[in-house]
Each structure stands twice: as C-alpha cells, then as structure tokens.
Design a protein around this ligand. Structure first.
Ligand code: SF4
Ligand code: SF4
Ligand code: SF4
Length: 325
C-alpha cells in the first residue's frame, strides 16, 4: 500500500492528497528537508514508525545520535558537592561516555537484542530504543520545575538549563527513560547540597534539527530505513497496514495512553519483552497503562502546572541575570 502526503502538510500535521510518495518503506526521506519551518500552530503530533524486521543492529543510528547531539552532553564540574541526605546517589557517566549498550546521559538511543522462535521460525531481532515521546507525557506533566516540556509537534524534551536532576521524570516514566548526570546544571548554583543532583538527559527528537527542516539524526543515518516520521494518523495507518501485511504486531499506539513512537514487529511484543535484557537503562516492551489517567497523578499535575511555570520563570530569570553580570 502507498500513502501520499504533501511536504508542507507533513510538517503541519494535516493530511493532504498530493506530494511526497510514502510507501511501505517510510514517510520520511530526502523530501523531508524541503518541508518548511515548523509552524507555531497546534500541530498533529509528529510520530515515528520503527519496522523491527528491517533493523540489522549496525548501530549507525546510535553513533549518528552521539555525533549530532554531542554538544548537548554534560560536562560535569568536579569534585561533586556532598549531598544531604547522603543516600542521594551520585550518578557519574562522564568517565563511561563510550557505553552504547544502554541509555545514559551520553547515549540516548541503543539497540536491544531478542532471540525468539515464532511460528517455528528462529529469529534474531534488534530493536532501537529511546524515549517513546508519549502523547500525554508524565515526565512533562509531573516535573515540578517546568524543566521538561512538550513542543507543539508532540516531542518532549528536558531543558538542561532548568533541570535540577531530582529525577521525578524518570520515576514517573513507565520506561524509566531519562538518565541523570551529577555535577552539572542549576543545582550547583542554587542548592548544591540540598536539592536535585544534576541534570536528566534523554532523546529530544533532535528538535533543533527539526526546526531547520532536517531529519532526526538516527533516522537520516539508518542504512535500512527502519524509521519513518510523519503525522501520527499517517504513521498509525502505515503501521496497521504493515502489521496486516506481515501478520505482525503494533506497540506504542496505546501504551501509556498513546505514544509517538510506534513499533511494528513480526513477533508478539510480550514474547519480545520476555527475550530482551531489561533493567537499568534498558527499558521493557510490556504493555503499560496510562500514567496520567491515574487520579493522583492527574491532580498532582494540576497542582504542579502553575508552580512549575513559576519555577521555570525563576530559573530563566536567574540564568539571564547570571549572563548579564
Ligand atoms: S541504523 Fe538502522 S539498521 Fe542500524 S541499528 Fe539503527 S535502526 Fe537498526
Ligand atoms: S517515554 Fe518517558 S521520558 Fe519519554 S515522553 Fe514518555 S514519560 Fe517522558
Ligand atoms: S531523535 Fe535525535 S536525539 Fe533522539 S535518538 Fe534519534 S538522533 Fe538521538
């Protein structure tokens, strides 16, 4: 099946009849670069589709992400301040920047491996993992400092200038995606011993590249066109069409109330989830309920929103006055 959308409406998120040809191989491609600047108008979320069958585990996406985003990585100040209470853990990845087999503050995408037998066929599958960019992200809604934000195109990111590293975002993320680096960020100036403990880092969907009409680095670098990017409705249509064609399965459409990272696999996701290595920096692939449908989280988010706005405004004011000195 092939779908058609225009370059312009592709960015704006509405569906059009003419334009870039979108085949089963993906909505993204060279045409993306000509799409025009991101609009300020409310957009349909920009989603990605990952066709797990195509991934060969070459890690080109991982290295492209590290190269393109290196300037955003933390450069911690040492020695680290002593924290009170002493149970607050120091998390230092600055001497382990080369680690690529899990998520770290210096590695925002990694490849998971699964050896499975499905319908009598033995398969070795490799799965690129990073932030799911949830539709209604608890990391954003429950960040008390207004440091995590969701852009109009649906991507979520953490402002390293405002984050205090308290890791609320990680605690409320169903996949525990954000990773902390100690010894960097605003907490060093404000309350070095008593608040936060660094800055949280995760995939920001290459927001600065998108602003320049460039593809996220991991999508551009992939030799197998594993990932496609486009308006969520288009991506979902493509995902279901592909799943039907291969008798496969979809993940990310309903998890945590819906995400903008949609996987299609020839193997059921509970089987993949059982086969992958999970744990610190290695997210699961299980079904997860909508964290923001929980009454406590919902009322917390309503309470936090105005305070987080004030905290973010204070943080920005503080940084500006520091710059002006
Ligand atoms: S670059 Fe593409 S094929 Fe290689 S590991 Fe990443 S997603 Fe898979
Ligand atoms: S996957 Fe986690 S870090 Fe990413 S948007 Fe969802 S809640 Fe936030
Ligand atoms: S979208 Fe950008 S930041 Fe996110 S994993 Fe891909 S290259 Fe890294």
């Amino acid at each position: 099946m092939s779908l058609k959308i225009s370059r312009r409406t592709f960015i704006k998120g509405s569906i059009a009849a003419a334009g870039t040809v979108v085949a089963g191989t993906g909505i993204s491609g060279p045409d993306f670069a000509a799409a025009g600047p991101l609009s300020d108008e409310k957009q349909e979320p920009l989603s990605t589709l990952l066709d797990i069958r195509k991934c060969i585990g070459c890690e080109e996406c991982v290295h492209a992400c590290r190269e393109v985003n290196a300037a955003k990585y933390p450069e911690p100040r040492k020695p680290f301040p002593k924290m009170y209470p002493k149970t607050v853990p120091v998390q230092d990845w600055s001497e382990k920047r080369d680690v690529t087999d899990r998520l770290t503050p210096y590695n925002w995408i990694f490849i998971q491996h699964a050896s499975v037998t499905h319908n009598g066929e033995k398969m070795e599958l490799t799965i690129p993992r990073r932030c799911m960019h949830c539709d209604n992200p608890p990391c954003v809604k429950l960040c008390p400092w207004g440091a995590a934000k969701q852009e109009k195109n649906g991507l979520s990111r953490i402002d390293a200038d405002l984050c205090l590293g308290g890791s609320k975002c990680k605690n409320v993320c169903p996949w525990s995606i954000p990773e902390r680096q100690t010894g960097v960020g605003l907490y060093l100036d404000l309350l070095p011993a008593l608040a936060g403990n660094g800055v949280m880092y995760k995939c920001d969907r290459c927001y600065n590249r998108l602003e320049k009409d460039e593809l996220p680095a991991c999508i551009e670098a992939c030799p197998e066109n594993v990932q496609s990017i486009g308006p969520r409705s288009e991506i979902l249509e493509q995902a279901h069409s592909l799943a039907k064609e291969i008798n496969g399965y979809v993940y990310g459409e309903h998890e945590n109330g819906g995400t903008n990272t949609i996987y299609v696999s020839p193997v059921p996701f509970d089987q993949l989830n059982a086969a992958i290595e999970k744990g610190k920096g290695k997210p699961h692939l299980a079904y997860t309920k909508n964290m923001m449908a929980d009454g406590t989280n919902l009322s917390r988010a309503m309470l936090i929103a105005p305070l987080a706005g004030l905290a973010a405004a204070f943080g920005k004011f503080y940084l500006k006055s520091k710059e002006d000195k």
